[in-house]
Structure formats: structure tokens, C-alpha cells
Write a protein that binds this ligand. Sequence first.
Ligand SMILES: Nc1ncnc2c1ncn2[C@@H]1O[C@H](COP(=O)(O)OP(=O)(O)O)[C@@H](O)[C@H]1O
Ligand SMILES: [Mg+2]
Length: 354
Amino acid sequence: MPSTNDAPLLRLTGVTKAFGSQTALQPLDLSVARGDFLALLGPSGCGKTTLLRIIGGFLSPDKGTVEIDGRDITAIGPEHRPINMVFQGYGLFPHMTVRENVGYGLKIAGHARDKREPQVNAMLEMMHIATLADRLPGELSGGQQQRVALARALVMKPSVLLLDEPLAALDLQLRKSMQSELRNLHREIGGTFICVTHDQSEAIGLANRIAVMNAGRIVQEGTPEDIYKRPANTFVAGFIGDSNILPLMRRSGVCTLASNSIASDGPDAQVAMMVRPTDIQLSEIKPTADICVPGQVADIVFMGDHVKFVVVIETGDTLAVHRPHAECDTGWIGRGVPVFASWSRNDSHVLDRT
Ligand SMILES: Nc1ncnc2c1ncn2[C@@H]1O[C@H](COP(=O)(O)OP(=O)(O)O)[C@@H](O)[C@H]1O
Ligand SMILES: [Mg+2]
């Protein structure tokens, strides 16, 4: 749905949360635009579920405010928020049929049976679970339970749908197909989705925006492309996609890697150079390149769609290099062979170490 104004649909300001002496969220700000599919991505224990529960109203922040459409809803209970949540593990009522589970929210909200039924039926159809309507959750597969949980949340027509690790319980094959279904659903409904995941490929596959979290903070927020191509620090670089992270010193605006000098603005500090494995070339003869380091091939691993070379460079650091199969058929390269690893300045990112 196109936004009628530029104000964010959801805005969190200075939200903090501690459980006893355990800090779960540091002062945290977050804005979500109408129609966004935002992934909250971070390792286990970084505060993702806590943040989602605060947005849903299931948990109160110690400090800070939650606003929706400019209205402060911090003190408003979950049942009065235009927000619905699909819990990790789905949280279906085991003694209720699929139809009763899906209709439960409407019933509690006081909708009459004749009003409820067409809405429930439409949602069962939309989620392709109409034939399962009279079964109990215990009689369903994981993927089917997932659809029921989604139907139960979406039938309430929430302005914001919250999803906590929605695909974590599914096997890889099903996870991939549910990913594209979730994306289609988001597009069809035109709503705003916020999805928690610890899986970077899932975040990239689902969302148009990603907020990367670490230790109770949002460390970077942007499009998947922004975050992949311009990670804010070594934590983000290491979390999104494969990366080589080479520790360096920055002195007087210059970082030195072997005999290469790389200009880098900023104070003298311990930093790191990040370069993606796909951006590195390997050559037998010293090439003309922005950055070139001699090394030796320590290992060659067949990875299916590419070949991974493990190269120990002159500094003692180890580089992972991903190359197409065709480049390995040229004969000169093998385990133990000296090589030059090279890459372009544009593909080198000097990052703060975290
Ligand atoms: N109800 C609770 N009581 C005590 N500590 C909690 C509670 N909920 C979460 N925590 C702690 O807060 C931190 C963040 O937890 P959580 O938000 O569940 O992380 P995530 O969802 O990213 O794995 C963790 O250290 C966790 O142990
Ligand atoms: Mg969690």
C-alpha cells in the first residue's frame, strides 16, 4: 500500500529493557515504514524476541516509547494494538480445530458467528488449508501448522504482522518454499511485516530492509544490498554473507597490508579490511591490481556451484577465495602452489573492529 505521508508507521524511541541485572535492549530507536518487510537479524540472545514482544505489547519497555501512526501506544495492551504476532513455535491452541484456531481472535473481539465465518473461510482458502479445517494442530505437519498460525494472525487484518523465527522449525526445502510464499503474501496483502531471524540468508531472501542486532543494539539498518555491500563494522560483515576479515592498523590515514597501502579516513586505530571471497582473483604471475598479496594455496574444496580456495598469504592471514570451476581447469593451480591473491580497491572495506 502506498504511504499517504512520509511519517513512519511504527516508531520506537529510546526503548530499553533489562531482566534483573541482564540488559536485553540498550536504548534503541527504530522506524518502520508502511509496507516494509523488515527482518530483525542477529545471533541468539541479542534481544530480537524481546524487541518483537515490546512492539506487540506483550512486554513493557523499562524506558522509551512505541508509536504507531504517530500515536503513543506504549501503555496499550496487545489486544488493543493493530498488531498481531505469530509466535516462535506457533502457539496454536491444541484442543481447537484449525477453523476454531483461525476464528479465535475474531470471536474474542466480539464478531458474530455469521460475520466471522466468511472471513475465516476466505483466510483458510488463501493459506491453502481449507481441507484441514476440522483437524487438530497435533494432526498437522510443521508446514501446515505454520500456515494455520499465519492465517490466525492475518484474519485480524493487522497493520503490522510480527513473525518470530517463523520458518525455524521447517526443513530446508520447505523453508525455501515458505520464504517465497511469505514474500508473495506480503505483496498481496500490502501490509507491514517484521520478522525475527538468526539466519542471514532468510533475512536477505525475505525482507526489503534488514536491521542487524548485536547485544541489545541495532548495529546497522538498511536494504539487504546496503548491508552486504557496505557493512558498518566487522560484526555485520561477518554475519551477512561470507567474508574475509584481515586485522590491520590505521596510522595517519593509511592501512598497510603486506606491501599495499590503502588510504582510510579516521583516527589511528585497530581496524580490519573486509573483502568478499568472490571478489578475489588468483594468478600465477604477479598481476597489475590495486591490492596484491603473495601466498600459497593451502586447500581446494569443491563446493558444488563454485570452488573454494584456502590461501595463506604473506601476512599469515588465511583468505577464502571462491572461483568458478572453469578457472580450476587451467592446470597451474593446485595445493601447495604459490599464488598472487589480488582484488580491487572498490572491493576492500576498511571497517571498525567490534
Ligand atoms: N523473561 C526473561 N527473563 C530473563 N531473561 C530474559 C527473559 N527473556 C529474555 N531474557 C534474556 O534477554 C536476552 C535477549 O533475549 P531474547 O530477546 O529472547 O533474544 P533472541 O530472541 O535474540 O534470541 C537474553 O540474554 C535472554 O537470556
Ligand atoms: Mg528469540
